[in-house]
Design a protein around this ligand. Structure first.
Ligand code: GLY
Ligand code: MN
Ligand code: MN
Length: 438
C-alpha cells in the first residue's frame, strides 16, 4: 500500500528538473516536541521531507544538488549508536540511508555545520521553506555566513534565496495513482470508524467514548493515529466548529457531530457525520440535515476538471440559502442574502480544502488572481454545514442548538470525482437503519 522507492526517486527528479540552474535545495526533518518534562509527542516526520525521502527519522536534513558529480541526493542523519539504539530503537545511519533510501551520499548530522557550507558554496541559488521555522531560517544564515567568511579565499556564496514550497507544494497537489490508493484506503478505514461510532451511540454515552470507538477502529486497521484531533460534539457542542474537549455525556433528543479521519501511511482522511444520539432524527433535525445533504450533493456535482475551485462552494451556498429562506430561518431575497453573505450566520466556513499528506493540504487555491481550475488527481473535502447557535434569538427556539456538517473526501477524475468515503451511511434512512440494527 505504501509509496515505492521508485516513486520517491521520481519525486526528487521531478523537483530537481524544476529547480533553476546551479541551485541547491535544503529541507529539515520535523522537530521532536516535548509533551511534558521528559516525555515527547509521538514523532511524525514533516510531510515535505517524507514526500521526497520516505525517511521517518528525526534530526535529519535532506539536500538536493542537481547536477552534482558526486551525487545529487544527500542526507544528513543520526549516526548509528548501539547504546542509543537499545534504548530508543533502530537508526539507519549514513550507510543505511544510502542502501535503503537511495541517498547518493550521507553524513552524520553532527557534522552538518562543517560539510553543508561546502555543498552550498559555488551554487548561485538556495531553495528552502522560508519563514516557517525561525530556528531553521537562522541555521541557513549561519551556513551562508560560513561561506561569506571565506570569500577572500575565493569562496562564492549564493546570491539568491527561493521559496521551495512554491515548487514542492504544487507537486503535492497532484496525487499519483499510488497516493490515490492510500487516500482511498484511509477513507475506507475512517468510514468504518464512523459506522462503528453510530452503532455504539446511545443516550448517556460520553463524547470521549465515541472518540475511543473511532480511534480503536483506526488503530486496528493499521492507522495508529488520527490525521487531526477528533471532534465529537453532542447537542450545542456541534455548533462549535473546532470542539475537541469531547467531555460531555450525549443526551436523548440531541444530534452528535463527529469529525474524524485517520492518517494512513502519511495520508489523511477527513470525514464528518452528524446523527441522532437516540437513533431517530426529530422533524427539525431531519429538515436541516436533508438541506445540508442536498448542498453537499450540489457541491459534489460541481466538482470536475475545468471547473473553478469556487464553484462547489457557490453551489452549496445557493442550496443552503434557498433552503433557509424556505424554512424561515433567513428572511429576504435569495440573491440579496447571498450578496450580503447573510447565510454566514448559519454556514460560516467554506466548502472544503485540499486533502493529502496534511489534512489541510498544501497547494494554492488561487492562481494569477483567479480561483484555481480543478484537475484530475487533485483531492479535496466537501463539507457544508448548518449551525444554529444555541443563543440565536432571531430564530424560532425549535431550531436552536442544531449543528450539522456532512463531510466526504473526493478525488478528481477525468470526468468528475470519486467519493473516497462513501462507505459510511449518509441519508436519514440509512443512518436510522444502521442505528436501529445495533
Ligand atoms: N477536520 C478539519 C476539517 O474538517 O477541516
Ligand atoms: Mn473534518
Ligand atoms: Mn475538512
Amino acid at each position: 500500500m505504501s509509496i515505492t522507492k521508485q516513486e520517491f526517486t521520481r519525486r526528487r527528479k521531478q523537483l530537481m528538473a524544476m529547480m533553476e540552474d546551479n541551485s541547491i535545495a535544503i529541507l529539515p526533518a520535523a522537530p521532536e516536541r516535548t509533551r511534558s518534562r521528559d516525555t515527547e509527542y509521538s514523532f511524525r516526520q514533516d510531510s515535505d521531507f517524507y514526500y521526497l525521502s520516505g525517511f521517518a527519522e528525526p534530526e535529519s536534513v535532506l539536500v538536493l544538488i542537481p547536477g552534482r558529480e558526486h551525487g545529487e541526493y544527500v542526507l544528513f542523519c543520526r549516526e548509528k549508536d548501539r547504546e542509543k539504539e537499545i534504548w530508543n530503537g533502530y537508526r539507519a545511519g549514513p550507510e543505511g540511508v544510502c542502501a535503503q533510501y537511495g541517498a547518493d551520499d550521507a553524513f552524520p548530522i553532527d557534522d552538518i555545520d562543517d560539510i553543508l557550507p561546502g555543498l552550498i558554496e559555488g551554487r548561485e541559488r538556495v531553495y528552502y521553506g522560508m519563514g516557517k521555522d525561525a530556528d531553521f531560517d537562522h541555521q541557513v544564515m549561519v551556513w551562508i555566513n560560513a561561506i561569506r567568511a571565506q570569500v577572500r579565499t575565493g569562496a562564492i556564496p549564493p546570491g539568491e534565496f527561493l521559496d521551495l514550497d512554491h515548487l514542492l507544494h504544487d507537486m503535492r497537489l497532484y496525487k499519483s495513482a499510488a497516493e490515490g490508493r492510500i487516500l482511498k484506503r484511509a477513507g475506507e478505514i475512517s468510514a468504518e470508524a464512523h459506522a462503528r461510532a453510530m452503532r455504539a451511540c446511545k443516550p448517556g454515552v460520553f463524547e470521549y467514548q465515541l472518540e475511543a470507538e473511532i480511534h480503536h477502529e483506526f488503530a486496528t486497521n493499521g492507522a495508529r493515529f488520527p490525521a487531526y484531533n477528533t471532534i465529537v460534539g453532542g447537542g450545542d457542542n456541534g455548533c462549535i466548529l473546532h470542539y475537541v474537549d469531547n467531555s460531555d455525556a450525549l443526551k436523548d433528543g440531541d444530534l452528535v457531530l463527529i469529525d474524524a479521519g485517520c492518517e494512513l501511511d502519511y495520508y489523511a482522511a477527513d470525514i464528518t457525520r452528524t446523527f441522532p444520539v437516540n437513533g431517530k432524527f426529530s422533524k427539525e433535525q431531519r429538515v436541516l440535515y436533508e438541506l445540508t445533504l442536498k448542498a453537499q450533493q450540489a457541491a459534489i456535482d460541481a466538482i470536475k476538471p475545468g471547473r473553478h475551485w469556487n464553484e462547489p462552494h457557490e453551489a452549496s451556498v445557493q442550496v443552503i440559502t434557498e433552503g433557509l429562506v424556505e424554512l424561515g430561518l433567513l428572511l429576504g431575497d435569495v440573491p440579496d442574502l447571498i450578496e450580503s453573505e447573510a447565510y454566514k450566520e448559519f454556514y460560516m466556513h467554506r466548502i472544503g480544502h485540499w486533502l493529502g499528506m496534511d489534512v489541510h493540504d498544501v497547494g494554492d487555491y488561487r492562481v494569477g488572481g483567479e480561483w484555481r481550475v480543478l484537475e484530475a488527481g487533485m483531492c479535496m473535502t466537501v463539507e457544508p454545514g448548518i449551525y444554529v447557535a444555541p443563543d440565536n434569538a432571531g430564530v424560532d427556539a425549535k431550531w436552536r442548538g442544531i449543528g450539522i456538517r456532512i463531510e466526504d473526501d473526493v478525488l478528481i477524475t477525468k470526468d468528475g470525482c470519486d467519493v473516497l468515503t462513501a462507505d459510511v451511511p449518509k441519508t436519514v434512512d440509512d443512518i436510522e437503519a444502521l442505528m436501529a440494527a445495533s
